[in-house]
Design a protein around this ligand. Structure first.
Ligand SMILES: Cc1cc2nc3c(=O)[nH]c(=O)nc-3n(C[C@H](O)[C@H](O)[C@H](O)COP(=O)(O)O)c2cc1C
Length: 174
């Protein structure tokens, strides 16, 4: 059976996005299922049952987002709080996502010197905690830096970095 990869995409300003837009387009070409949260839920009213169904049908879940103040964009936090519920993701002996794989994939505006290993570890920690709590498997974090759109040159660099980023994700799933 073919495995299914679900991409949970969070970006509140997709019209201006270069990196996350391009990465998600490249992943969609690989037949991954993309859930663009801001487009689906501009009012933040998450359809919990639907999102849980998408999770149940996936083998791997990629969280794709731009780093906002060392954290996830607010829609992604809302989605996690709403969807990983007691009796579904954990508790009452129910670990319905048990064994599914998690990959964290984020882009930053700053350069790599601002992201030594210990800083990345802090950024990724909530996902590792969630994976452990829900008996899921944390696979890896993929991250790219210097993603900006303030000039044509910066946009071009973003696109190049985004392409390398998408390739890393695709290779991870092979
Ligand atoms: C509200 C906000 C907070 C941000 N916080 C950070 C941050 O903590 N660290 C960082 O390197 N970049 C930060 N950035 C820059 C974004 O991560 C960067 O613009 C994004 O990754 C580029 O991806 P995109 O082309 O898909 O928009 C922030 C941007 C915004 C709008």
């Amino acid at each position: 059976m073919q495995s299914t990869t679900l991409v949970i995409l969070a970006h509140p300003n997709m019209e201006k996005s270069i990196a996350n837009k391009y990465i998600s387009q490249l992943l969609e070409k690989e037949n991954m299922v993309i859930r663009d949260l801001n487009q689906l839920y501009p009012d933040y009213k998450i359809d919990v049952k639907t999102e849980q169904e998408f999770l149940l049908n996936a083998d791997t879940i990629i969280f794709q987002y731009p780093l906002f103040w060392y954290n996830v964009p607010s829609i992604l936090k809302e989605w996690m709080d709403s969807v990983f519920t007691y009796g579904f993701a954990f508790g009452k002996g129910n670990y319905q996502l048990e064994g599914k794989k998690i990959i964290v994939s984020f882009t930053t505006g700053s350069s790599s010197k601002d992201y030594p290993e210990d800083v990345v570890e802090k950024i990724v920690f909530p996902f590792k905690g969630l994976a452990e709590y829900c008996k899921m498997k944390f696979v890896s974090a993929v991250y790219s830096h210097e993603m900006a759109n303030y000039s044509d040159e910066a946009k071009e660099k973003s696109r190049t970095n985004a392409e390398i980023h998408a390739k890393k994700l695709i290779d991870l799933l092979k």
